[in-house]
Design a protein around this ligand. Structure first.
Ligand code: TMP
Length: 252
């Protein structure tokens, strides 16, 4: 079998050339990094969980008409996605103060925000993905005004969908990050949700106990990361059930 072409290797995923033009195979690794890769570990099973969880979220978004790059899952660790031109911005939506906004603005973690807040970070590892304003984005040509409006609208629709989905299984969506890509449809370009949506890129807190079920478990050494992600997958009904054997019994 011909060896497939590796297009890019990131911290948590590898991208390979897809079977048809305009497609890419996204492979989910077990690697976890935090604080711009200052902290690293391999967490067995994380890639499998994130592949399945990202499939669930992206397929759900596709169903309600929020366009994403997701086409189909191929196996335990890989999914087929549309090739996009990634906009070099991380789009973060926050419902509750946590992480960098708490630090930057001195807001206690867990404080509900008056409305969802959308932030942009410029994707540049060497600079540590700095927070940028719409002025910076337009002035430096990372995206146009129409793109910005479309990105905010997309991000808020993802927020509504994900918040509802999580609320249904007793989890609060505190914040999340998405990446957005451009696709060319004839003479038009469109923006669609790309990369992944998983507990690596969200903050998920149990509504009752406040228990963290996301990558903060790794960032802050709060326990076993795969167990936390398995809990999320379990609540969403994505884990195979241990079905009691009900078939015919062997009689001696
Ligand atoms: P922050 O509070 O550290 O800015 O993170 C906000 C959200 O974005 C949180 O859900 C985690 C996610 N995130 C990423 O997915 N990748 C990153 O590199 C960072 C810094 C945050």
């Amino acid at each position: 079998m011909a060896r497939r072409k590796k297009l890019y290797e990131g911290k948590a995923k590898i991208l390979y050339e897809g079977p048809e033009p305009g497609t890419i195979i996204q492979y989910f690794k077990d690697d976890a990094t935090a604080f711009n890769a200052e902290k690293r570990a391999t967490i067995e099973g994380k890639g499998v969980l994130n592949n399945r969880l990202s499939e669930h979220f992206m397929a759900g978004l596709n169903t309600i008409g929020v366009p994403t790059h997701f086409i189909r899952r191929l196996n335990m660790r890989e999914q087929l996605v549309r090739a996009v031109e990634i906009i070099p911005l991380e789009v973060v939506v926050r419902n509750v103060a946590a992480g960098s906004i708490s630090k930057r603005l001195g807001i206690e973690e867990g404080t509900p925000l008056p409305r969802p807040i959308v932030e942009f970070y410029y994707k540049d590892d060497a600079l540590g993905d700095p927070l940028v304003s719409e002025e910076h984005i337009i002035a430096f040509g990372w995206a146009g005004q129409q793109d910005l409006d479309d990105m905010v609208a997309l991000a808020l629709r993802v927020n509504d969908f994900m918040s509802g989905l999580m609320l249904g299984v007793g989890i609060k969506l505190v914040d999340f990050k998405i990446e957005i890509g451009r696709v060319y449809d004839g003479d038009f370009t469109r923006l669609i949700v790309a990369d992944e949506i998983s507990p690596d890129s969200c903050r998920l807190w149990d509504i009752e106990t406040g228990q963290k079920l996301d990558k903060d478990v790794f960032r802050r050494d709060l326990g076993n990361l795969a167990d936390a992600y398995t809990e999320v997958a379990n609540r969403l009904g994505l884990m195979p059930k241990n079905v009691a054997h009900t078939g015919p019994k062997l009689v001696n």
